[in-house]
Design a protein around this ligand. Sequence first.
Ligand SMILES: [Zn+2]
Length: 159
Amino acid sequence: MAETTIYTFCRKDREKFGIIPGVTDKLYYTNSYHVDVNEKIDAFSKLKFESQFHAISSGGCISYVEVPNLENNLEVVEQLINFIYHNVQYAEINTRPDLCYKCGFRGEITTVDGVWTCPNCGNNDFKEMHVLRRTCGYLGSQGWSKGRTAEISDRTLHL
Ligand SMILES: [Zn+2]
């Protein structure tokens, strides 16, 4: 299953080849034709670059951009959707609509040393929060492997 493969393959390669900067030094591999999750690239450039590979991705393709809360910038959402419509076969716009059940914080819950932690109250009990992220094309909130959590934590915003 691709969900754990990014971690398993990287861990196995690290055991066999050691820590190779830019290859096995993270806890995960980047899937398919995707731009590395922490590369600083704007949303439109990322979508345009990845769209080159859609026609030859016979196993399916989906590109995505990570964005902050855009509730107050619907104009850019419209621009993204128009760009996707004209350039990309299949894409998603990912935001971080998390919720802390302890203090009511709404926004992005991040990790501290690999542990999901509310930036408002410090709550780090995963059962007391709702963290929603897209992984492998699907939205999930059930918690992730160590490698996937590292990958999610490394994701950069594209707007
Ligand atoms: Zn909180």
